[in-house]
Design a protein around this ligand. Structure first.
Ligand code: SIN
Ligand code: FE
Length: 293
């Protein structure tokens, strides 16, 4: 297995990199490395530091979420001026994350699409609830309600913990190993189920075979308690005031502890990759020997 982490020493969100370095970063990401930027911090203003408290969560959802498209913030207790200030802080992060990705991986600029932004003010160790929602178990990301139809999930994370606490993660085995283990357990969807889920507004749009399998792998790994005990893993301490970028649909990951995180999701079509063969869509099509869209 290659090194799980590649370090980039930029201190600016608009990183100045040579063409070779940019291509090398992109290659590393696509091949499952996490790009860590230990000198890149997202700074809050004195006024924004008041948001570093779990009380801004609505107590129901795991995270406060924000849409860079509508600029609406959801799942927060904040109201009025507080709500506007919180939305503006998260919105500033969304823009910073986009600037970062387009400078570290300029080849993605044209095709990068906004996903949601999240602010995670609740301690990761006591956030959840059901085994399927438990991000302390190793998994690849897959969305139950938002089919991606093969598009990649590229995420930027910044630890903004004011007390200097790291976010502790584990990185698991390579995608192909995990998939070889769990693919046989993914049951075929009921005929008509994708249509019905869309009709009932359980999913936004039609769930593809790809989405069905990815969700099956996500759930299969999380629900397998033996696997969770024995799966190979590397522990990472992602320090406060640092940033990292990772394809979370490819890289097995789990969060063990930490509090106060900002995260931006981007969607990317596999065709925009340097090496499309590394897209989970293509990895799975190889295993299943058929088109999954
Ligand atoms: C996850 O994506 O599984 C959770 C990451 C985190 O909250 O640190
Ligand atoms: Fe995850």
């Amino acid at each position: 297995m290659s090194e799980p982490v590649k370090t980039i020493h930029t201190t600016e969100w608009e990183a100045i990199l040579s063409e070779d370095d940019a291509a090398e970063n992109t290659r590393a990401l696509e091949h499952g490395q996490l790009l860590h930027l230990p000198r890149l911090a997202f700074s809050l203003s004195a006024d924004e530091r008041r948001f570093l408290s779990p009380r801004w969560s609505d107590g129901k959802a795991k995270n406060v979420s924000y849409s860079p498209v509508t600029r609406q913030v959801r799942h927060t207790s904040a109201e009025g001026g507080d709500r506007d200030a919180l939305a503006s802080m998260i919105g500033r992060y969304a823009e910073a994350a986009r600037t970062l990705v387009t400078s570290v991986c300029p080849a993605y600029s044209r095709d990068l699409a906004w996903g949601l932004t999240s602010f995670r003010p609740v301690s990761a160790a006591n956030r959840e609830s059901s085994p399927k929602k438990d991000d302390m178990r190793l998994h690849v990301d897959a969305f139950a309600s938002r089919p991606v139809r093969g598009r990649r999930l590229l995420r930027v994370f910044s630890n903004i913990n004011p007390a200097g606490e790291p976010r502790v993660w584990e990185i698991g085995e390579p995608f192909d190993n995990m998939a070889a283990r769990f693919c046989q357990q993914v049951a075929a969807p009921w005929p008509g189920s994708a249509w019905l889920l869309e009709k009932l507004h359980v999913t936004k749009g039609r769930r593809s075979a790809y989405d069905h399998i990815m969700l099956g792998l996500h759930d299969g790994a999380k629900l397998d308690t033996d696997y969770q005990k024995i799966a190979p893993r590397t522990r990472l301490e992602l320090a406060a005031n640092t940033t990292w970028i990772v394809f979370t649909d490819l890289v097995m990951h789990a969060v063990l502890s930490g509090q106060y995180l900002l995260e931006q999701t981007f969607y990317l079509p596999p065709a925009a990759m340097q090496d499309e063969a590394m897209a989970p869509l293509r990895r799975l099509e190889k295993i299943y020997q058929r088109a999954l869209l």
